[in-house]
Design a protein around this ligand. Structure first.
Ligand SMILES: *Cc1c(COP(=O)(O)O)cnc(C)c1O
Length: 317
């Protein structure tokens, strides 16, 4: 029997071909069809060639995740619908009521609000210490501290924390080090090599690179796969496959862009620091930055962002 026009219209044709596309295909589908009950059973047994539902896994997302994991020298990655989705899902993945989170006091605004206003609602005690106090961070841990959370460089004051020191300290206290690496990008810094457990990115910034999408990523070691997978599948901050394609395309030029941004920022920061109306320039690439030597040890480049202080608010206006 020939299918009716309604049936032809409703079904997507499957196109077989043997050669591979050079660019990443966009699998813009919510759901995947199984060829047989056996395939469904294989999926349930963990066969990673079987897909079910895009909040769980999708080939376009998986390709981007494998690429970002490799850039950050981690085992695994999940991409999220925003940097904040990556940050909140990753923090919640490792905490329960009664736990404590220790953080620096110089954080992205919404991360700051999440730690200050939201975690305490769920019985998580939080404590934040100044970046300058980090050489003594050891004394702020308690047996209940499960996470040490930092940024380096910080947004927007470009302060630097010794990542290896922070990781060693967290591990001595059986806690995890989570670090937002957005301001460095994987071109300039790989915190996992320095001992960090989870690396977070707003892909909206350097990695996407073209100001045309909002996305985030969390990169981590194999041993943290279960809590991370449960968090993204339940909280649902999954990225759309079309945005994932754009990120993958953006990454093709990431090293070229970041190298150029490093050198432009270094030049501009130097020029600004010689300007009579500028009081202070915050850029880790300048020799007079308070943590310049730490930055020089853990970064391959100092990034494209800097900030500066003027004499007063009127001048800033
Ligand atoms: C932008 C930014 C975020 C938040 O990312 P979104 O993609 O906007 O949700 C988090 N951390 C840092 C350091 C950022 O610059």
């Amino acid at each position: 029997m020939k299918p009716k026009i309604e049936t032809i219209s409703a079904h997507t044709k499957k196109v077989e071909f043997k050669n591979e596309p050079v660019a990443l295909p966009i699998y813009q589908t919510s759901t995947f069809r199984y060829q047989s009950v056996e395939d469904l059973e294989k999926y349930l047994e963990g066969d990673e060639t079987q897909y079910q539902y895009t909040r769980y896994e999708n080939p376009t997302l998986r390709a981007v995740q494998e690429k970002i994991a490799e850039l950050e020298k981690g085992d695994r990655c999940y991409v999220f619908s925003s940097g904040m989705a990556a940050i909140t899902s990753s923090i919640l993945a490792f905490l329960q009521q009664g736990d404590e989170l220790l953080a620096s006091n110089s954080l992205y605004g919404r991360t700051q609000l999440f730690i200050e206003n939201w975690l305490p609602r769920f019985g998580v005690k939080t404590r934040q210490i100044p970046v300058a106090e980090f050489p003594n961070v050891d004394r702020y841990f308690t047996p209940k501290t499960k996470i040490l959370y930092i940024e380096s460089p910080t947004n927007p004051t470009c302060q630097i924390i010794d990542i290896q020191g922070a990781a060693e300290c967290a591990h001595r206290h059986n806690a995890l080090l989570l670090i937002d690496n957005t301001f460095a990008s994987p071109v300039n810094q790989n915190p996992i090599e320095l001992g960090a457990d989870v690396v977070l990115h707003s892909l909206t910034k350097y990695i996407g690179g073209h100001t045309d999408l909002i996305a985030g990523a969390s990169i981590f070691a194999e041993r943290n796969e279960t809590p991370m997978r449960e968090a993204i599948r339940t909280f649902g901050g999954t990225l759309d496959p079309l945005a994932a394609f754009l990120i993958e395309r953006g990454i093709k030029t990431l090293p070229i862009r970041v190298h150029r941004q490093n050198s432009t920022a270094q030049w501009l920061a130097q020029r600004c620091s010689e300007h009579p109306k500028i009081k202070r320039v915050n850029y880790p690439g300048l020799a007079n930055h308070p943590q310049h030597s730490i930055a020089a040890r853990q970064m391959r480049g100092f990034g494209g962002m800097f900030s500066f202080d003027l004499a007063d608010y009127d001048q800033a206006r």
